[in-house]
Ligand binder design. Structure first.
Ligand SMILES: [Zn+2]
Length: 441
């Protein structure tokens, strides 16, 4: 199937930053075949089965969300202002009430939200991760998925600690070689597993040549724990051999300049989650320093209970605002640099070269953001329009892996009201269990 989309301002996000005004793109199957400019008209001599007029919209690669726990939809808006809520109610309620069905339906719902906001690839770590994989297979999105490995009982390994290990090993084998499901290793964090288990998990990432992602330099108690040991969390990871080209550290709010140099040296990357970091009052990660050091980074929404929306537009807006404020420098992080972080930068953070930019031979993962709505006029600079003016409601079309999954701002293959109704029904016991925490949530 060949599809030709024309009459768009195409931000290719290739290395040279090529922009095609009045541009067109031809996709065949799941691959981009050709791009060009034709004054917004249908190009002569380019044949396709389907022709789509982008009506002067902005075309860019699909967003790459580098850190998420998509199935946490049932927790959204619960205890948003409660300090230390992870230990006060999130962990206990997860253990008590999270189950296979909620993970699956939460993932379907959250993936619907991601597709509607232009995301075509996301990284996820949670429980019953094979259900997230099933939701990815059904919806057409690309997922880098890891079962959470943590040193405590969990909802899917209630009998013993570190059940996630066995789960993950099976998951790795089950989805090995799948084109759209990439199994990764996801130990929870620097203090929630023993050093031995963190290191063992890293060995697994090396053996399967995949990503090793965990929460790092995020929590105050994490920082004081390592301070007492005379180390930073990054130095600790390095000391156990878990800082490498496989490592994608989420948050890194408190990373020092020497941590960042070490990460650069080891080839590690960062998933920057500004909405989640600032909603919790944890701090603003030193992304200017990371950029100067040359540590690749992408943006992440975090879970729907941490950053609340799964829209990368929110991340793109907050990220430069926070960096400019932190460093008192308006010139930091141009809108183009921010769009790069949300697209090709995210792909680089995942170690992927086959998507993240619009170039012949790459995966047909793209989106069109319309410029007709009230908030999108004028749009002198398309990058600025995306970062500072646009929101998820401006996403008009999304193609993931060559398939159109959003058209005219509507999901083509998912019945979101039905998914929502099923999810709400499945949430009843969860909501009843949450009553126990009524005072703090
Ligand atoms: Zn997280």
């Amino acid at each position: 199937m060949k599809t030709l989309i024309y009459n768009a301002t195409i931000l290719t996000m290739d290395k040279a930053g090529t922009v095609l005004k009045g541009g067109w793109i031809l996709t065949e199957g799941d691959i981009i075949k050709e791009l060009g400019s034709s004054d917004g008209k249908k190009p002569e001599g380019v044949e396709a089965e389907e022709y789509i007029d982008a009506r002067g919209g902005i075309m860019l690669p699909g967003f790459v969300n580098t850190h998420c726990h998509v199935s946490m939809v049932p927790f959204r808006t619960m205890g948003d202002d409660c300090p230390d809520r992870l230990r006060k109610f999130l962990f206990p309620l997860e253990l008590q009430s999270m189950n296979r069905e909620l993970v699956y339906l939460g993932a379907l719902y959250g993936i619907g939200e991601m597709l509607l906001s232009g995301t075509t690839t996301f990284l996820d770590m949670y429980y019953f991760e094979d259900e997230v994989a099933n939701a990815c297979l059904e919806t057409g999105i690309r997922g880098y998925l890891g079962e959470t490995i943590i040193g405590q009982k969990t909802c899917d390994s209630p009998e013993k600690e570190y059940g996630g290990f066995e789960y993950q090993k099976k998951f790795l084998e089950d989805f090995r070689g799948n084109d759209r499901i990439i199994p990764i290793i996801a130990p929870h964090g620097t203090t929630t597993l023993s050093p031995e288990k963190l290191s063992e998990a890293h060995d697994l990432a090396v053996r399967y040549d995949t990503i090793y992602t965990l929460h790092a330099c995020e929590m105050d108690y994490e920082m004081s724990h390592f301070r007492e040991m005379g180390q930073t969390p990054i130095e600790f990871l390095d000391s156990i051999g878990a800082l490498s080209g496989h490592t994608l550290a989420a948050h890194c709010i408190h990373a020092t300049e020497s941590d960042l140099s070490l990460m650069k040296e080891r080839g590690s990357r960062i998933a920057h989650c500004i909405a989640s970091n600032t909603k919790a009052g944890k701090g603003i990660a030193p992304m200017k320093d990371a950029d100067i050091c040359g540590v690749p980074f992408g943006l992440g929404t975090d879970g729907p209970s941490s950053g609340n929306t799964l829209s990368m537009f929110d991340q793109m807006r907050l990220m430069p605002n926070a960096q400019k404020t932190k460093y008192h420098d308006r010139s930091l992080f141009s809108a183009e640099r921010v769009v790069r972080a949300a697209t090709s930068g995210g792909a680089e953070a995942l170690g992927a070269e086959h998507f993240g930019s619009l170039e012949p031979g790459k995966k047909a993962d793209l989106q069109i953001v319309e410029t007709e709505s009230v908030n999108m006029f004028p749009a002198y600079n398309p990058y600025s329009a995306l970062v500072y003016s646009a929101n998820a409601s401006n996403v008009d079309l999304v193609m993931a892996d060559g398939k159109i999954l959003v058209r005219d701002g509507v999901l083509t293959a998912l019945d979101l009201p039905k998914i929502k109704a099923d999810l709400l029904h499945a949430m009843k016991p969860f909501m009843a269990a949450a009553e126990e925490y009524r005072d703090i949530i």
